[in-house]
Structures are given as structure tokens and as C-alpha cells.
Design a protein around this ligand. Structure first.
Ligand SMILES: Cc1cc2nc3c(=O)[nH]c(=O)nc-3n(C[C@H](O)[C@H](O)[C@H](O)COP(=O)(O)OP(=O)(O)OC[C@H]3O[C@@H](n4cnc5c(N)ncnc54)[C@H](O)[C@@H]3O)c2cc1C
Length: 253
């Protein structure tokens, strides 16, 4: 299914430039570079593997001068975000959360080769591990960001449950062209194009100025979400809930 979502209208359809030092097995040394262009962003088209990454990377980020990014602190938020439904990781239960918005489940189907792959790992002396647990050297089957076999995307996990809130506005098929800042360099709104109309402007009044600008789009990087009093992280597994604060999501589809 994911393969069909790539290079569909839910994808920005980017392509790399020909690479000098890589992609040797691709025509012209260039390949597709998928990125979600849809409500929920790439979490709506991704492969749904729930892998948080390595503890040492987080600790290293903190050591570089980023307080609060150490693994111990970040783990709290991983757990807070997660609703673990799987049965495989009984021995590492303390690394998983329950009751969070992001549903994580066992992988329901695996190619026959998967069992052979795990067996091969064991024959080599490695354990079968929970890749989100304490030990990351070993062989494992990835957990999935899924609920009842369906996708647990950012849209499904965070936006859908919040749709009834008066302080959430979703403008789909809109393209943000500019982020507006006040004199104190706080993001206060966006300029965007919508349904052929150009330069529509969405601005918050003084009381609801977005104080934290969360990972701003391809204007700065990839995403456009302005929220008041809410600091979010961009990885789906790390997304915090919206709280009761104004939030605008302006998205391409
Ligand atoms: C094919 C694929 C497979 C992946 N597989 C996995 C996986 O198995 N496990 C995993 O953990 N991660 C995976 N990822 C990575 C993961 O999905 C992304 O890291 C994550 O979704 C990024 O979230 P984000 O909110 O930072 O950005 P995005 O999800 O990219 O969201 C950005 C959103 O902003 C919109 N936008 C951008 N510019 C504008 C603009 N100017 N105006 C309006 N809207 C705009 C985009 O259309 C998009 O909807 C995969 C990604 C892809 C593409």
C-alpha cells in the first residue's frame, strides 16, 4: 500500500539530483525522495515502523548543549505519546506507554523470510530484542504505528480526536508562502494561497499569539503548525497533544 502512496498526489514527488557518490544502482544515479503532501504529512504515507532511535544519540544532543533532549527525559514523552497494544514486548513494558494518542501495535503480517531472518540472528548468537527497549543490538521485528491493523498517522491520532474543538482550524489545499513575525520575532500568523486566491492572511490577535513555532515548513524546514503554549516535536512518535490552545494547521491536501 505504501508503495502506491509514493509518487501519488499525496506525495510532493521530489526527485534527487544525480548523485556523484551514491545511488549507483539507479538510472542516472537519482531516485524518488518521498515526502507527504497530505493532512498528517509523511505519517500518512510512511511505512509505519515505530523505532525511536538510539539512546546515545539523544544523550549526545543534550551534551551538545540542548537541555531536555537526553534519552531519560525524552523517554517520558515517548511513553506519554504511546498507546502500546502489542503483546511481544512484555519484558520491556517499562519502556512503553499506555493511554497516549499514538497507537503502537505488533506487526500483523511478515513475509516468510522474516522468521528465517530472526532465526539466522539467533544462530549467530544474537537475541531477539525490542528495538525500543534497553538493548538495541540484536534482531527484531519492528512495532507499527497502527490501530486495529489501520494506520495511526498524526492526522488519525492527533487531529481527528481534536476536530470538534473550536480552537482548531484546518485549511486544506492551502500553500503557506510566508510566516509572519511580530517585533519580538514571535510567529503571529501565516500568509497562504488557497483555491486560487493568493495572499490570504491568517493572523492571531494579541491574546492568542502563537508563542511557539513548531518546525516551520519548507519555508524553514518542512511543517507548518503554529500553536500557543505548546512545544511539539516533529517525529510522529514524539508529537505532544494540542492542549487547550489555539492551533492552526495549514496543509497542502
Ligand atoms: C515513504 C516514507 C516512509 C517513512 N517510513 C517511516 C517509518 O516507517 N517510521 C518512521 O518513524 N518514520 C518514517 N518516515 C519518516 C516520517 O514519516 C517523518 O519523519 C515524519 O512524518 C515527519 O513529520 P513532520 O511533521 O516533521 O513532517 P511531514 O510529515 O513531512 O509534514 C509536513 C507537512 O507540511 C506540509 N507542508 C509543507 N510545506 C507546506 C506549505 N508551504 N504550505 C502548506 N503545507 C505545507 C506538507 O504537505 C506535510 O503535510 C517515512 C517517511 C516517508 C516519506
Amino acid at each position: 500500500m505504501n508503495a502506491f502512496l509514493m509518487q501519488s498526489e499525496s506525495d510532493w514527488n521530489y526527485f534527487t539530483v544525480p548523485q556523484k557518490h551514491g545511488l549507483f544502482n539507479y538510472n542516472n544515479n537519482a531516485c524518488a525522495f518521498p515526502l507527504g503532501r497530505v493532512v498528517g504529512g509523511s505519517s500518512t504515507i510512511n511505512w509505519m515502523m515505530y523505532v525511536r532511535g538510539n539512546r546515545r544519540d539523544y544523550d549526545h544532543w543534550q551534551a551538545l548543549g540542548n537541555p531536555g533532549w537526553d534519552y531519560h527525559t525524552v523517554l517520558r514523552y515517548f511513553k506519554k505519546a504511546e498507546h502500546y497494544r502489542g503483546t511481544r514486548n512484555k519484558n520491556t513494558a517499562e519502556y512503553h506507554g499506555r493511554g497516549g494518542p499514538l497507537s503502537v501495535d505488533d506487526k500483523r503480517w511478515g513475509a516468510p523470510l522474516l522468521a528465517g531472518y530472526l532465526k539466522a540472528g539467533q544462530e549467530l548468537g544474537y537475541s531477539i530484542i525490542d528495538a525500543n527497549g534497553p538493548e538495541q543490538i540484536g534482531f527484531s521485528v519492528a512495532d507499527m504505528t497502527q490501530v486495529n491493523g489501520g494506520r495511526s498517522s498524526v492526522a488519525q491520532s492527533y487531529l481527528r480526536p481534536a476536530l470538534d474543538r473550536g480552537n482548531l482550524h484546518i485549511v486544506s489545499r492551502a500553500h503557506v508562502t510566508q510566516i509572519l513575525f511580530d517585533d519580538e520575532k514571535r510567529a503571529v500568523g501565516v500568509t497562504y494561497e488557497h483555491l486560487g486566491k493568493r495572499l490570504s492572511e491568517w493572523k492571531w490577535d494579541e491574546d492568542s499569539v502563537a508563542r511557539h513555532l513548531y518546525r516551520v515548513s519548507q519555508l524553514l524546514s518542512t511543517d507548518v503548525q503554529l500553536q500557543q503554549d505548546t512545544v511539539c516535536c516533529s517525529y510522529p512518535a514524539l508529537m505532544c497533544s494540542f492542549n487547550k490552545t489555539p492551533c492552526v494547521v495549514v496543509t497542502q491536501h
